[in-house]
Design a protein around this ligand. Structure first.
Ligand code: C2E
Ligand code: MG
Ligand code: MG
Ligand code: MG
Length: 281
């Protein structure tokens, strides 16, 4: 009987695991050909400078529209691309696209803009990550200060020294490093001082409860002054309403990004946004 029960439990567990496994396999299979089939598109979400009210640049965000699977969120396929190492060619494609779009903006009146690109730890650990970045930078012709690489705290859990060295080198070349999703990781504050970063991105999780929660107000104020104390630029992500914006302005936060300003947009719409933009905040 015990054996039977055990078997039943196992079967149930096994089934859900099996479904998940199949789902991952399906995504991975389609991912393999997606790059060659040009199924990816890069979207851009504006960041606005709270002091001037002007757009100061964009974060590049990948979109995958698979003919077989439909729209697949990066939240589900990036992990699979990392595990299968497909993130290496994919990440390179993103970086190249983003830098070329920045180059196009530079040729207009936007050479002070910055393009932010999400970078996976798998890319960072690659031996040729630095030459790849520098190569794409010079082929696109943009200034290093126009490129910001977004990483999360988790990248430092792997070969800390190596990652720090690489990021320091990229910074010494003028490229900016942003710590994404700040406040959601596990690293302690003392650790933060050792990281070669230029920007703190306060995670949306802290912005969401802003209007109805005074604790979150204290958290944000503390994060903004901590960032500034360390000489970092502070960006708030996931800003969706005016009251959040007003509060962030009051704290001295440097930049905001979120649906209130704009959702991530395809290239064409990004150009249109730039043309019609006039101080929204
Ligand atoms: P992230 O880098 O923290 O990007 C911010 C996410 O928040 C984006 O989701 C963006 O669309 C969303 N967002 C921005 N403003 C708002 C808002 O006001 N409200 C709400 N509800 N959401 C907002 P997305 O594009 O689905 O990307 C999710 C995550 O996938 C990213 O988080 C990033 O970790 C990863 N990702 C996206 N593109 C790339 C890429 O090219 N390479 C890598 N390695 N990761 C990427
Ligand atoms: Mg990001
Ligand atoms: Mg983020
Ligand atoms: Mg995130």
């Amino acid at each position: 009987r015990a054996k039977e029960a055990g078997k039943g439990v196992y079967a149930l567990y096994d089934k859900s695991l099996h479904t998940e496994f199949k789902e991952r396999m399906t995504i991975e299979k389609h991912l393999r050909s997606a790059l060659d089939n040009e199924e990816f598109e890069l979207f851009f979400q504006p960041q606005v400078d709270l002091l001037t009210g002007d757009i100061s640049g964009f974060e590049a965000l990948i979109r995958w529209n698979s003919p077989d699977l439909g729209f697949v969120s990066p939240l589900s396929f990036i992990r699979i691309a990392e595990d299968s190492r497909l993130i290496i060619p994919l990440g390179e494609w993103v970086l190249r696209k983003a830098c070329h779009f920045m180059a196009e903006m530079s040729r207009k009146q936007y050479n002070h803009f910055r393009i932010a690109v999400n970078i996976s730890v798998i890319q960072l650990l690659q031996d040729n990550f630095i030459p790849t970045v520098l190569g794409i930078l010079s082929e696109s012709g943009i200034a290093p200060k126009c490129l910001e690489l977004e990483i999360t705290e988790s990248v430092f859990m792997e070969s800390f020294e190596r990652i720090v060295d690489k990021l320091e080198y990229l910074q010494s070349q003028g490229i900016r490093i942003a710590l994404d999703d700040f406040g959601t990781g596990y690293s302690s504050l003392s650790y933060l001082q050792q990281l070669p970063i230029s920007t703190l991105k306060i995670d949306k999780a802290f912005i969401d409860p802003l209007s109805d929660n005074s604790y979150s107000q204290s958290f944000i104020k503390t994060m903004v002054s901590l960032g500034h104390e360390m000489g970092l630029e502070v960006v708030a992500e996931g800003v969706e309403d005016r009251s959040q914006l007003a509060f962030l302005k009051m704290t001295g936060c440097d930049k905001v990004q979120g649906y209130l300003i704009s959702k991530p947009l395809p290239e064409r719409n990004t150009r249109e946004l730039l043309e019609k933009w006039s101080r929204k905040v």
